[in-house]
Ligand binder design. Structure first.
Ligand code: GLY
Ligand code: MN
Length: 461
């Protein structure tokens, strides 16, 4: 938790951005895994954390934009809770730590909301992503669950995106801590990877490192010899010499700030010539992406420049053909990189994705591109100092996609389909760093995880 002034200042800025009415921000509750008392690890809502800092179950915050009043709703524990959970700090005392002097029992929330509705006041709320909060909002507001997203407050979404996009120094310090844990996770994976090792044993070990770092993984570990499957959570294989292992994993620390890194390594400990050639192209795209990341540039333009590095490298290997710029404009590179260059990172690994990607990654000036591949770019808009984003180009050989494009002659002017036959069992390579936009350019957050082929081989040795 940051100091009380942080939360007071953030709520003050939020109030200034909302013209009238009441802001309702819901925390999360425990969610059952297989029966009510056996719950998933508790994860507080990130926006609630950002404005109210309190990392406990079943809380709600109300901010009156006109009177300025701020209330936290929640319940103190009873003797039975104390028997099972131990003594707990009173809500009033917790709330004071984040600059809130007024607390109310949770059930009072209904009355306050009903009163506001009956006096015709606007209730600003966010699109809910958890079933429990959808039901709660339905009960509080009388809006059917299927309509909640449509009735959520665009004014509130935009105000929050504005504030959370630009990270404070103390937030950067927390992300650096998450990066340090991520570094350990990836170097450990490199040291463990060798023929005969079960993927799950590496995945489990690095998840444990995240846990031992005081938090948890920032998303379920992606770790597979079939790195061409972009989000592969299947860890059932045994590593084999000659294959590549892709590891995409990050940590969130106790404050819930996240890291997100990807590295790809040869199981044998030594890249083959063929693997090195593709690897160097991805590394070139990653480095180019970083060189171009600076305030005033759009991340869409950086994505397209990284795509050009990929297309030009693939052309040099004889896998693509034709004019590189024309190939990228046609979206031909997306056969190999069918995803975006990166996304915002912060309290969420895909920061604020619950608020709507269109508001986080785009604005009136930069609109999403409706083309296979680039359409998946989560962050396209103009960069500002204080943004934290991922830089994660990749090259994948996805047999089903290659087969489809070949059969349908998609971008046939730019792809040498026959040459791809010998790459169908190649797998995929992705290289991901977390970068921070400074006043003049950008910097990699944390020590850079070994990334050149030689560095990776060295760690594996
Ligand atoms: N690291 C997973 C993702 O960015 O989607
Ligand atoms: Mn990522």
């Amino acid at each position: 938790m940051f100091n009380r002034e942080t939360y007071i200042a953030r709520r003050k800025q939020l109030k200034q951005k909302i013209s009238d009415g009441i802001i309702l921000l819901l925390g999360n509750v425990d969610s059952p895994m297989n029966y009510a008392d056996n719950t998933y690890y508790f994860r507080q809502d990130s926006t609630f954390l950002y404005f109210f800092g309190l990392d406990f179950q079943k809380l709600a915050g109300v901010i009156d934009t006109e009177s300025g009043e701020e209330i936290v709703f929640g319940d103190d524990v009873n003797i039975e809770d104390i028997i099972w959970m131990g003594p707990q700090i009173a809500l009033k005392e917790k709330a004071e730590k984040v600059g809130i002097s007024k607390t109310e029992p949770f059930k009072k929330l209904q009355q306050i909301i009903e009163k506001a509705i009956s006096s015709g006041r606007k209730i600003h709320f966010l699109p809910p992503y958890r079933a429990e909060n959808k039901i709660l909002l339905n009960e509080l507001l009388g809006i059917s669950v299927s309509k909640l997203k449509a009735y959520s407050s665009l004014e509130l979404i935009k105000a929050i995106v504005d504030l959370r996009s630009v990270k404070e120094e103390q937030e950067i310090a927390e992300i650096r801590k998450a990066c340090a844990v991520g570094y350990q996770m990836h170097v450990t994976a490199m040291k463990m990877a060798k023929a005969g090792v079960w993927e799950q044993s590496i995945a489990g070990t690095i998840e444990g490192i995240a846990n031992a770092g005081g938090g948890m993984v920032s998303f379920p570990v992606i770790l597979s010899q079939n790195g061409e499957t972009l989000h592969n959570h299947n860890h059932s294989q045994t590593l084999q010499n000659g294959r590549l292992l892709l590891v995409d994993a990050g940590a969130e620390v106790g404050s819930h700030y996240a890291s997100d890194f990807t590295r790809t390594m040869p199981v044998s400990g030594k890249f083959t010539q063929k693997q090195r050639e593709i690897y160097e192209i991805v590394l070139g795209a990653n480095n180019r992406g970083r060189e171009l990341t600076k305030p005033g540039s759009t991340y869409l333009s950086v994505h397209l420049a990284a795509a050009e590095v990929i297309a030009s490298g693939m052309k040099a290997l004889g896998l693509m053909k034709g004019d590189v710029k024309e190939a990228v404009a046609a979206g031909a590179h997306a056969l190999f990189m069918p995803h975006g260059l990166g996304h915002m990172l912060g309290l969420d690994v895909h920061d604020m994705e619950d608020l709507g990607q269109i508001y986080v990654g785009y604005d009136n000036e930069t609109r999403p591109v409706d083309q296979f591949g680039t359409a998946y770019l989560r962050m396209g808009r103009k960069l500002q100092p204080g943004f934290v984003i991922t830089n994660e180009p990749g090259i994948y050989f996805i047999p089903a996609l290659i087969e489809k494009w070949k059969a349908e002659k998609i971008n046939a002017d730019f792809i040498n389909f026959d040459r791809l036959e010998s790459y169908l069992d190649f797998g995929g390579i992705r290289l991901e760093d977390d970068i921070f936009v400074t006043d003049t350019g950008c910097e990699i957050l944390g020590d850079r995880i070994p990334i050149t082929p030689d560095e990776v081989e060295e760690v594996m040795r």
